[in-house]
Ligand binder design. Structure first.
Ligand code: 5RP
Length: 225
């Protein structure tokens, strides 16, 4: 079985009857949503899903998973999502699938967050994966130049046909090639304060459990957060 599928199925075990469940985005999360869909249909599992992207919403609706928006629920019991990189101290980069804004909103209002990754995503320090920054289109060229001046090697995320990628929230993404992020907290605060930045892909102190897929089985790591 593919590692991404293994952790998707493992994570779905944390979903219990009556829960409100945040449904992440990406190729790993897709397996988890499939498994929850299977349990809804075959085991009569009764949950409400809160999706983090239009893609996941489409998948969940096709599977018959009942959905509500984040604004229609009082809280989310557990959110299960993928990640692009996770450092040894349980900090993460997300947004490779361009869904970081909705993912961060749903994760923020969740009682518990679980990330599911194959072992290639576990790193010593964050930064080899380009850090996505979601920005308002208005003024985005100014932010791009600012990032260039800072030496962040920015690039606008494009679609397969070469057009500017527009997120589900109607924004652009600028990817920063930082190589190594020595101090994620300071960088996160800096990006938070920039006018025109809507959100960034540093997910700090957010995850409670990480399920890592290895050839010999899933490994579950508990974070201090
Ligand atoms: C989407 C994300 C994804 O969770 C992340 O990119 C991992 O994706 P995949 O499971 O396809 O490797 O943050 O915005």
């Amino acid at each position: 079985m593919e590692l991404k599928q293994m952790v998707g199925i493992e994570a779905a075990k944390y979903v219990k009857d009556g829960m409100v469940v945040g449904l992440g985005t990406g190729s790993t999360a897709k397996f988890m949503v499939d498994e929850i869909g299977r349990r809804v249909n075959e085991e009569g599992l009764s949950i409400i899903g809160v999706t983090t992207s239009k893609n996941t919403e489409k998948q969940a609706l096709e599977l018959g998973i009942p959905l509500k928006s984040i604004d229609e629920v009082t809280a989310v019991d557990v959110t299960i999502d993928g990640a692009d990189e996770i450092s040894r101290d349980f900090q993460g980069i997300k947004g490779g699938g361009a869904a970081l804004l909705f993912e961060k909103i749903v994760a923020t209002y969740s009682k518990k967050c679980i990330w599911i990754v194959d072992e290639s995503k576990m790193v010593e320090k964050l930064g080899a994966f380009p850090l996505p920054v979601e920005v308002m289109p208005y003024g985005s060229q100014q932010l791009f130049h600012l990032f260039e001046e800072k030496g962040y090697a920015p690039s606008f995320r494009k679609t397969e046909t070469g057009e500017m990628l527009v997120t589900d929230g109607g924004h652009y993404i600028i990817d920063l090639q930082l190589d190594v992020i020595e101090d994620p907290r300071t960088l996160g605060k800096y990006l938070d304060e920039l006018v025109g930045v809507v959100e960034h892909g540093l997910f700090l102190d957010m995850v409670n459990l990480v399920i890592v897929g290895h050839e010999n089985g899933p490994e579950t790591l508990t974070s201090p957060y």
